[in-house]
Design a protein around this ligand. Structure first.
Ligand code: NDP
Length: 400
């Protein structure tokens, strides 16, 4: 059917590449490209012979638009799947525009020198993508990603109007380290040490980091502490869900993670302000990333499950209704299948599905879109088929 260029070869990309190779009918050829070509070659060596997808590799610095344009012109992909870091979103979108190539990512743009992520920078490309006749699908991971698809599905099939959404992200996995992050440590710590916020009655209400805590009894997992965070899908869902009054996002954290994080913050290790060390400028958070375990190495040692989903409250036929859509994923099962833990798995599978939606023209609108702006049904079917089956409850416990 077609060709995908995958940029980045970390934890999430490793899963997406495995999934593309399982789906050779759609992904006839892929190219894996990052700054460290040896990592791309290692994944290629592992998968070649197990798939009929033809795998190419290349070296690219995705901060450099000219390098990206040259690579796209050489490989001529139908879609570019950006699984590098949020810092590269705009350079990759520029290269897609220049070469009229479709674009998919899993995280919104964040400037490297400010820990602030929002869609404004990428939404500014809407007209340009439309005029070029190409599609940018923003946020095709799990959260953002599947959470947006779940919201669109709930609105289409279960409600006349959704008024409240609580997105709950529970990782009950245990990797045995006192402190480690399940995806890129720099991005993860920037996210969780920022102020929290939720959207209510037309505006964002800001909270201090970890100020709002709840305990929730997660299906198939049990009771966990969870904390309110700002998260990027709040911004797009607030615009795309008519009648919405409040959206909150909660993530579970264990006490050991929180105690370590507080201590690292207190001593200045999570700062993104460069400091001078032995005549060299270093960013404390980037140094911390270098000493923490690589998330990709957690796979073999992580046991337990994740449960990520959305609880909706709204109206159907004039009556109040609640509805919970979620996925439960087992770290060890993921490892057996693709040698990754569940956080990379739950992101890499929807990334492959998003790329597939554009390659097969199942989703075919020109411009820049968030995932909930498309028909959720084919994506929901694909989740069941490709490893992230969803479950529903019509009588969920509610978060107060
Ligand atoms: P990793 O750090 O494991 O991988 C990042 C990859 O990007 C590395 O292979 C790195 O390779 C490559 N990279 C970094 N800079 C460049 C560059 N300038 N040019 C080319 N390649 C580059 O991160 P993860 O796999 O954990 O996360 C990937 C993305 O997924 C992140 O944006 C993250 O925010 C997002 N994510 C989204 C989630 C969701 O649910 N929506 C959940 C989890 C993650 P090299 O250094 O060799 O270039």
């Amino acid at each position: 059917m077609g060709k995908a260029l995958i940029i980045g070869c970390g934890g999430v990309a490793n899963v997406a590449i495995h999934k593309c190779c399982q789906n050779s009918e759609v992904f006839t050829e892929i190219m894996i490209a990052s700054r460290t070509k040896s990592k791309c070659d290692a994944v290629k060596a592992k998968l070649e012979g197990t798939t009929s997808t033809k795998i190419h590799t290349a070296k690219v610095d995705a901060d450099k638009v000219e390098e990206l344009i040259a690579l796209i012109n050489e490989f001529k992909p139908d879609v570019v799947l950006n699984l590098a870091l949020p810092y590269q979103d705009l350079t990759i979108m520029d290269a897609c525009l220049a070469t009229k190539t479709n674009y998919v990512d899993t995280a919104n743009y964040e400037p490297i020198d400010t820990a602030k992520f929002e869609y404004s920078w990428q939404w500014a490309y809407r007209e340009k993508f439309k005029e070029a006749g190409i599609t940018a699908l923003l946020g095709s991971g799990f959260d953002p990603g599947v959470t947006g698809v779940f919201s669109a599905y709930a609105l289409k099939h279960e409600f006349d109007e959704i008024n409240y959404i609580d997105i709950l992200d529970c990782n009950a996995g245990d990797h045995g380290y006192p402190f480690a992050t399940n995806f890129n440590p720099e991005i993860n710590i920037r996210e969780v040490s920022a102020n929290g916020s939720y959207w209510e009655n037309g505006e964002f209400v800001e909270t201090k980091p970890m100020e709002i805590k709840r305990v929730y009894n997660f299906p198939e997992i049990g009771e966990k502490d969870m904390y309110l965070l700002h998260h990027e899908e709040l911004e797009s869902l607030a615009l795309n869900m008519p009648g919405i009054k409040r959206i909150r996002f909660f993530m579970t954290f264990g006490q050991s993670y929180l105690t370590h994080l507080k201590c690292l913050e207190n001593v200045g290790m999570t700062s993104i302000e460069p400091i001078e060390y032995e005549g060299k400028q270093i960013v404390p958070l980037q140094f911390l990333k270098a000493v923490l375990p690589d998330p990709a190495s957690l796979g073999p040692r992580t046991v337990g499950k994740t449960n990520i989903g959305c609880i909706f409250k709204g109206k159907k036929d004039g009556k109040e209704k609640t509805y919970y859509l979620y996925n439960v994923c087992d770290h060890q099962e993921c490892y057996k299948e693709v040698e990754s833990q569940a956080i990379s798995y739950t992101t890499g599978v929807p990334a492959m599905i998003g790329a597939m939606m554009l390659m097969t023209k199942t989703w075919d609108k020109k411009g820049v879109f968030n995932i909930e702006e498309f028909d959720p049904d084919p994506f929901m079917d694909a989740l069941n088929k490709w490893g992230l089956p969803w479950k529903e409850s019509f009588t969920p416990d509610m978060v107060d």
